[in-house]
Design a protein around this ligand. Structure first.
Ligand code: NDP
Length: 230
């Protein structure tokens, strides 16, 4: 949240953090969201996920006005994305498409594999890649032949949340690798005792990939940029 507020300030966007009690009731949470829906100063609302377990995330996201849903998680906006209408596009997937376009990486006709099928990353990036005319395969924890799927892909998007899960040797020569994962691994040599890494074996994969996004860096900062853009 701090980096989002900082980015807003830098871009001259007014931001307001509504810090709610972790024991808040569902009714009170919905009431707070409705207040923001009718607040004329506010034209974008984002609900920081995950919510505490006793709260209903779907109901809370549905309470956000679709016109102020800058995360693009409201079912109306999700539906619009899938049928190809203009709408708020979820920030991480939007940032991935932006990266591909800024680097003039062609998507049309390419084989893309998306590893992970979450509502915030996997599903929407698969929809966006398909909209850009890629042939898209979505893999998940029950997928049987992941190494083969990755080996046949020109574009690999990994959003799993497991360090170094995608092996460098799986990457096809010249493929484009987008690593969304943010994972903490122990690192006694770091002052914090840990460091952040992606889902992909970066060193090995970068020997074969034509492009690869680093972690940290890469997709993370683009997510915040796309939030501001929305
Ligand atoms: P989720 O936990 O919601 O989803 C993870 C997905 O990975 C699931 O679909 C799961 O499959 C799949 N998966 C788990 N294990 C395997 C496996 N062995 N083989 C193939 N697929 C597997 O995570 P998110 O989508 O929210 O986030 C994914 C990662 O991206 C996290 O590290 C997160 O921190 C990071 N992230 C980074 C962002 C950024 O700005 N850079 C933004 C958002 C997320 P199944 O559905 O079958 O359980």
């Amino acid at each position: 949240m701090a980096s989002k507020k900082k980015a807003c300030a830098k871009a001259g966007i007014f931001s307001l953090e509504v810090d709610l009690d972790k024991d808040i009731t569902q009714e009170k949470l919905i009431e707070e969201i409705k207040k923001l829906n009718s607040d004329n100063r506010i034209n974008g609302i984002l609900l920081q996920l995950p919510l505490p377990k006793h709260l209903d995330e779907h109901a809370a996201l549905e309470a956000i006005s679709p016109e102020k849903d800058v995360d693009g998680f409201h079912p109306i906006n999700v539906g619009k994305l899938y049928i190809g209408l203009d709408t708020f596009v979820p920030c991480t997937p939007k940032g991935i498409i932006e990266i591909l376009k800024r680097y003039n990486i062609s998507i049309s006709g390419k084989n893309a594999v998306v590893v992970g099928r979450s509502n915030i990353v996997g599903k929407p990036i698969a929809a966006l890649l398909m909209k850009e005319n890629a042939t898209v395969t979505i893999a998940h924890s029950k997928t049987q032949n992941l190494p083969e799927l990755v080996k046949n892909s020109d574009i690999v998007v990994s959003a799993i949340g497991k360090p170094y899960f995608i092996k460098g040797e799986w990457i096809k020569e010249g493929a484009v690798v987008i690593d969304v994962g943010i994972n903490s691994v122990d690192d006694p040599s770091s002052p914090k005792g840990y460091r952040l890494v992606g889902d992909v074996e970066f060193e090995e994969a970068s020997k074969r990939a034509s492009y690869i996004t680093p972690v940290p860096g890469g997709v993370g900062p683009m997510t915040i940029a796309m939030l501001l853009s929305n």
